[in-house]
Design a protein around this ligand. Structure first.
Ligand SMILES: Cc1cc2nc3c(=O)[nH]c(=O)nc-3n(C[C@H](O)[C@H](O)[C@H](O)COP(=O)(O)OP(=O)(O)OC[C@H]3O[C@@H](n4cnc5c(N)ncnc54)[C@H](O)[C@@H]3O)c2cc1C
Length: 440
């Protein structure tokens, strides 16, 4: 099915509508985050120039939530700071883009992660000794956790909090799962659906992932985005916001925008699809980046950083010591830190001004590490709809989306609100969509 562009006078998208110069099939990708760019990459791998492919991006730059910017002589990641290398797909993409020599590995000391409880930092119990000695769990809770390893018959069709409580005990849910979910997914473990948030854990055929390494690039995650952009510039239109499919003439459309945008774009194509997409909720995240002199701390920040128990009721979700993870992120003698605030527990963060957020971040650092000096540089990035939340109604929404998509065979969806939020998930999904695309 083809959409006829409304070539009427004054159509603001007129210049975006590419005319049929030949009989080539045409694919339009809407959204130039990693999902859209990866779809473009895999479609080009598959079709080369036998199909006309154009990517439309609303902003003047591509990358979406991936954005690496200079902060003083350091580098600030306003979105993801790295990815877990599963050794397969991403590495192939990186090799093919000739970026392998730009890869950097997380510092081994970054494996030391902490949880803040009653204002104090405790190591995450990852090895037998810390497990035995951690005050995060009572002796009874430790026994329940060990016993839970054998309980494999608990249904994942419930909230993460319920699942973990039933399997490993309520203290494990509160003191280990909750800070992890709040810090990594910006979510509330009582509202997120276990099987949907961790689909791979419950997949019938599990792939062996082996040991995963956290990695990034010398110039940050944005380096991969730049490499994709440089390769495909002629096929990418930036500052090109799409509001309806009526403005695009293509045989297939890949919508790689957030769900609430896709809901709007697809509203006159499929009301059912649009309704389901509009119900996917997002949590906000504010990221404060600060560069401090190494000597500015009374107590030197150690390891990867820390997550905070949601029951401490702090707006800060976690603190990442970026330059401990990737030394390249700040010059010698300086420390780059990112403080994450808000999430599903504190959605009102979006009403704060940048100075207010920075003040909250510095107050947290002062309380934990003691600050003797002001930061050398600071920046705040607000993501009002940062991370999609796979809530308890997600299985029903997912089913409704799949059903509606089956009725609109020329439309494909690829974004982090489907099948996983991580950078790796987005690339994986892009590959499978590009591979399965068929022209109606
Ligand atoms: C603060 C933060 C930290 C994170 N940390 C990590 C991490 O450490 N590791 C990890 O694996 N993942 C992390 N993630 C998750 C991961 O970064 C995202 O899930 C992923 O980058 C999302 O990519 P996407 O392309 O699906 O969506 P987006 O990045 O949101 O891209 C969507 C694109 O669509 C464009 N668009 C929107 N509307 C329109 C329109 N109407 N027309 C045209 N274009 C439009 C947008 O401008 C945007 O460029 C983090 C996310 C955040 C927010």
């Amino acid at each position: 099915m083809k959409f006829s562009p409304p070539l009427v006078g004054g159509n603001p998208y007129e210049e975006l509508v590419y005319n049929s110069r030949n009989n080539m099939k045409r694919i339009a990708i809407i959204g130039g985050g990693i999902s859209g760019l990866a779809v473009l990459y895999y479609l080009k791998q598959r079709f080369a120039d036998t199909v006309e492919i154009t990517l439309f991006e609303r902003q003047s730059r591509v990358g979406g939530t991936i954005h690496s910017v200079r902060l003083g002589d350091g580098l600030f990641e306003s979105g993801p700071n790295g990815f877990l290398d599963h050794r397969g797909l991403i590495l192939e993409l990186i090799r093919e883009l000739d970026l392998e020599d730009q890869l950097i590995d997380a510092n081994p000391q970054a494996k030391h992660r902490y949880i803040q409880f009653n204002g104090r930092l405790y190591p995450v119990p990852m090895d037998p000794l810390t497990f035995i000695t951690t005050p995060l769990l009572s002796p009874g809770a430790k026994c329940r956790l060990i016993a839970g390893l054998l309980k494999k018959d608990i249904s994942p069709n419930q909230s993460i909090h319920q699942y973990v409580s039933k399997r490993f005990g309520p203290l494990v849910a509160e003191h280990l799962a909750d800070p992890f979910i709040s810090g990594i997914y910006a979510g509330d473990s009582r509202h997120l659906h276990m099987a949907s948030t961790f689909p791979k854990m419950f997949a019938l055929k599990k792939k062996k992932s082996g040991r995963m390494r956290m990695r990034s690039f010398k110039n940050g995650m944005g380096q991969l985005i730049q490499a994709l952009y440089a390769r495909y510039t002629p096929y990418i239109k930036t500052s090109a916001e799409i509001t309806s499919l009526k403005t695009i003439n293509a045989d297939c459309i890949v919508c790689a925008t957030p769900a609430y945008v896709a809901a709007q774009i697809l509203s006159d194509t499929s009301a059912d699809l649009s309704t389901a997409l509009s119900q996917i909720s997002y949590a906000p995240v504010a990221v404060a980046g600060v560069v401090l002199n190494q000597k500015a701390f009374k107590q030197q920040p150690q390891g990867f950083g820390y997550l905070i128990l949601p029951k401490e009721n702090k707006e800060v979700l976690g603190v990442l010591i970026e330059s401990n993870v990737f030394a390249q992120r700040s010059p010698q003698g300086q420390v780059m830190i990112r403080v994450m605030l808000g999430g599903a527990h504190h959605p009102a963060i979006i009403n704060d001004s940048e100075p207010q957020i920075l003040a909250k971040a510095l107050k947290e650092l002062e309380a934990t590490y003691g600050l003797k000096e002001k930061p050398l540089h600071a920046v705040v990035k607000m993501w009002p709809k940062a991370i999609p939340q796979y809530e308890l109604n997600y299985p029903l929404l997912r089913q409704a989306i799949a059903h509606a998509l089956a009725q609109t065979p020329h439309v494909y969806l690829c974004a982090n609100y489907l099948d996983g939020i991580s950078f790796h998930d987005c690339i994986h999904n892009a590959q499978s969509i590009a591979g399965s695309m068929a022209f109606p």
